[in-house]
Design a protein around this ligand. Sequence first.
Ligand SMILES: *[C@@H]1O[C@H](CO)[C@@H](O)[C@H](O)[C@H]1NC(C)=O
Ligand SMILES: *[C@@H]1O[C@H](CO)[C@@H](O)[C@H](O)[C@H]1NC(C)=O
Ligand SMILES: *[C@@H]1O[C@H](CO)[C@@H](O)[C@H](O)[C@H]1NC(C)=O
Ligand SMILES: *[C@@H]1O[C@H](CO)[C@@H](O)[C@H](O)[C@H]1NC(C)=O
Ligand SMILES: *[C@@H]1O[C@H](CO)[C@@H](O)[C@H](O)[C@H]1NC(C)=O
Length: 580
Amino acid sequence: MAKIFLLSSLPILSVLFLFLFLFPLSYSQALPINVWPKPTTISWPIPRATPLSPSFQILSAYSQEPHLQSAVARYTRLLFSEHHHPIVAPAVNLSSSPPLRSLTLSISDLSSPLQHGVDESYSLSISSSTGLANLAAITVWGAMRGLETFSQLSWGDPPVIAADVYVADRPIFPHRGVMLDTSRNYYPVEDIMRTIEAMGANKLNVFHWHITDSHSFPLLLPSEPDLAEKGSYGPDMRYTPEDVKAIVEFGMSRGVRVLPEIDAPGHTGSWAGAYPEIVTCANMFWLPNGLSNWAERLASEPGTGQLNPLKPKTYQVVRRVIHDVASLFPEPFYHAGGDEIIPGCWKADPGIQTFLANGGTLSQLLEVFLNSTHPYIASLNRTTVYWEDVLLDPLVKVEPSTIPPETTVLQTWNNGPNNTKLIVSAGYRTIVSSSDFYYLDCGHGDFVGNDSSYDQIGSDRGGDGGSWCGPFKTWQRVYDYDITYGLSEDEAKLVLGGEVALWSEQADPTVLDSRMWPRASAMAETLWSGNRDQRGKKRYAEATDRLNDWRHRMVGRGIRAEPIQPLWCRTHPGMCDVVR
Ligand SMILES: *[C@@H]1O[C@H](CO)[C@@H](O)[C@H](O)[C@H]1NC(C)=O
Ligand SMILES: *[C@@H]1O[C@H](CO)[C@@H](O)[C@H](O)[C@H]1NC(C)=O
Ligand SMILES: *[C@@H]1O[C@H](CO)[C@@H](O)[C@H](O)[C@H]1NC(C)=O
Ligand SMILES: *[C@@H]1O[C@H](CO)[C@@H](O)[C@H](O)[C@H]1NC(C)=O
Ligand SMILES: *[C@@H]1O[C@H](CO)[C@@H](O)[C@H](O)[C@H]1NC(C)=O
């Protein structure tokens, strides 16, 4: 077995780092080849490259760890097959030393599972004089981050790699995610896997899968098969338990957790196919009294239906669903939804009408539902994630005692930093996916039909073209958002991280990559190493060229990320800026 670089040699490496940091390249200056997201620290004192030896190997003494083995095999293949051709040829000379022969992994804690807060740090050194590279990490998942960095430091055919580079890296936020809605429109397994692959390349670590909603229930569950059989778009638009297992495994090999969401009690119209008796207002016209009577709507968009908290049968079904989902997904977080309870939908039910007539309230109905489901989820050793609505909705919400902060995380989507502040000041941990910054679906107009407001010359539906959360969130807007804005130091500690969200009313596999990338990459860097330089100044100017390069590389890797500029901008540095 090849020489293993042990963690005990880390102090030596640190001394080396210190020495090299006395002569680093200026931080505002782009390197000849860049890594996205930008590492916390990267030192490349003399821009030089070295060829990868044709017999180059990644040496890992951890064959017992299958996900790491899979990553090692994948990156070895990538290094020899990518042949990345940068838009601007890196201004480096080849080192006269022999080619790079190996990258040796050393990991000190092989058993840390992939879960919230796991150590993702790593350090990487590539030495041209010895022809050896070393990657040291605490965990398998940190090693995967380092392998990705290593791959991004290489280019060309035959491949060369940046030489005499030292990287020490770790993320700022532990939760860096992408949310995908597979209910409004269906995504085949391969599209989900391609998304997770791209996530790993961007060092994103949580795939939040909004699996079900009112529109379809595509998840085939062993104890409740009827939900998908009668609630999916068809037999070819379902996820089987084998599909889920494959997706979870795929994520593990990329260091990406798969966090399932089964939204309830709202957003459950699709459950009525199997169980009409537990769903209120299912399949009714969403806006019976028109836009001008918005408060009387049955849902906030077409696709009605909410679970009835007063029916004992509701809990038989919901518990079997939760049980099956917890068995299929090893992830310690369980997302239970809880958003957008629309009063009109519950009020359409005669039993609920009686409950309300006898002095009951809508908020009590939600409390009944959460009382019977939250402790059950906790009994399965899961932390429940809810959308912020359960605490902050103006009409239907519960007291914190129903959702104890110890077992609850709240995901915020309304009112930008204001709601983040409300959630953390109430003592909850939070995941930020503000619709003002992180909703990737915004800006594509509305999807409802028979809308006469378009039948007027010059009408643009109020400037947003009918998109409730318009305009489109540009990569710059995503990049520059500070998710702890306005929080005290203690409050900021409760911010676990963020997620960009792709709701799928107007998205499916044909637009998935371009709607997601490279805007998700923008968040990935902000949450990994921040959006500011060493002096605390926003680094959006130099980030533009780097993101251009990274987008180009992602396209080469099969991710159809949309362009952010004409190629001309990259070949004429600075010429496309507003200020030079
Ligand atoms: C590459 O080598 C040439 C010739 O020695 C030298 O002029 C040039 O500055 C070198 N470039 C870099 C980036 O080191
Ligand atoms: C929910 O559970 C709490 C604690 O057991 C109880 O005090 C409360 O009355 C319950 N709420 C409802 C609406 O049943
Ligand atoms: C509960 O989950 C945590 C991870 O969130 C894990 O460390 C612990 O072992 C689990 N406990 C049981 C009893 O399964
Ligand atoms: C946040 O609160 C401030 C101060 O109350 C208010 O001016 C602002 O409009 C709020 N922003 C949002 C997005 O709700
Ligand atoms: C479209 O809306 C108009 C009212 O503006 C209504 O009279 C008409 O029936 C609707 N058309 C369809 C096809 O439902």
